[in-house]
Write a protein that binds this ligand. Structure first.
Ligand code: 5GP
Ligand code: MN
Length: 341
């Protein structure tokens, strides 16, 4: 953070704080938000976490979850309440996203708010709408950046078990369980500090990875046996799920998370894509290996973005048209897909 002293002075007295994170928050988005909320509450601030949508049940264990205001389409009062919090806030933290369109209707509320804005994030190409930025695209997780910030402010002693578990969850999942190429010594150092502050790695892992419903397990089985399509000439795997298939397995928010990773675990595959019908749009998730730029495909063709090896986007096309579009761009990337870099 450039003006650390300015930031410290901003939060030196109790303020009305709002923390927002991206649409369909994952464990890093929610964990960094609730970890920061826990820290700021200890410092005497009044804090409201707002999410632009619902989120998976396997994140509901996080301390502070019961106070989160989630904007729900079928409950207009949630959006009204959110706009009041945002308009009245003195400080707004924006966590784990870098451009305001990723928070949907909240985006314009935040842009127009009088509050001082603070961006803490690790995605590429930030929109630079905030007064303070703690931004590092090399950081594996936003949760790790929250830990950094608490540490450089000299406030490590404020960490407690609840804050540490929330931050550990973000670090764990954004590194794919310390398996992705973004896992460096730094991530283990942060993990070590969080465990020292009371985080419980086996409990957090259990809550996130091993609390499946039977329906979700059956969806996974169905996808692996029936829906995984391999295109050996492009070293690509794709999965398409239509709304009937999602309904058949009573699919809830978060149930499709992780499916896209299975494709990449097949030997020789360099690009894996999941497309599914989210009713209001078709959502795409991309995973790649090595230097293959999954985020370029997401940005150029699917109104999205992300990291080189993990990206996402969406279309307003039908599922069939989305698949057609995806297949039509593969030849452009053939040589990069053939390379082992
Ligand atoms: P996931 O596939 O898990 O939904 O997302 C993987 C990564 O892709 C996220 O961490 C985020 O960086 C990026 N991402 C996912 N969806 C979108 C999107 O709609 N727009 C942008 N800009 N990035 C996205
Ligand atoms: Mn993240």
């Amino acid at each position: 953070m450039k003006d650390l002293e300015g930031f410290k002075s901003l939060i030196s007295k109790p303020k009305k704080v709002v923390i927002v994170t991206h649409f369909k928050p994952d464990a890093d988005a929610l964990g960094s938000s609730l970890g920061l909320a826990g820290f700021l509450k200890k410092k005497g601030h009044s804090v409201q976490v707002i999410t632009p949508s619902d989120y998976p049940k396997f994140l509901h264990w996080m301390p502070g979850n019961d106070k989160v205001l989630a904007i729900l389409k079928d409950q207009p009062s949630t959006e009204q309440k959110a706009s009041e919090f945002v308009a009245n806030a003195e400080v707004i933290f924006c966590l784990d996203f870098s451009s305001l369109n990723r928070i949907h209707s909240l985006g314009e509320m935040v842009r127009n708010a009088k509050a001082t804005k603070v961006l803490i994030d690790h995605h590429l190409e930030p929109e630079h709408f905030a007064h303070y930025e703690h931004w590092d695209p090399k950081a594996a997780s936003t949760a790790g950046l929250i830990f950094d910030l608490i540490e450089i402010m000299g406030e490590k002693s404020s960490l407690d078990k609840d804050i540490a578990n929330c931050l550990y969850a973000g670090l764990l999942t954004d590194t794919g369980g310390f398996r992705h190429s973004n896992t460096t010594q730094k991530e283990f150092l942060i993990a070590s500090e969080l465990v020292g502050a009371g985080a419980n790695p086996s409990w957090v892992s259990k809550m996130i990875y091993d609390t499946n419903t039977l329906a979700r397990m059956k969806l996974t089985g169905f996808v692996l046996s029936q829906k995984l399509i391999v295109l050996p000439e492009f070293r690509t795997v794709y999965i398409c799920l239509d709304s009937d298939e999602l309904k058949q397995f009573d699919t809830k928010t978060g149930d499709t998370e992780g499916l896209v990773n299975y494709g990449l675990s097949i030997e020789g595959i360099r690009l894996s894509v999941l497309m599914y019908d989210r009713k209001e749009e078709i959502k795409l998730s991309f995973r790649s290996l090595g230097n293959f730029p999954a985020n370029e495909i997401a940005r150029k063709y699917f109104d999205g973005g992300g990291h080189r090896n993990a990206a996402g986007g969406s279309t307003k096309l039908s599922l069939e048209e989305t698949l057609k579009k995806f297949l039509s761009i593969l030849p452009e990337y053939k040589s990069q897909l053939e390379s082992d870099d």
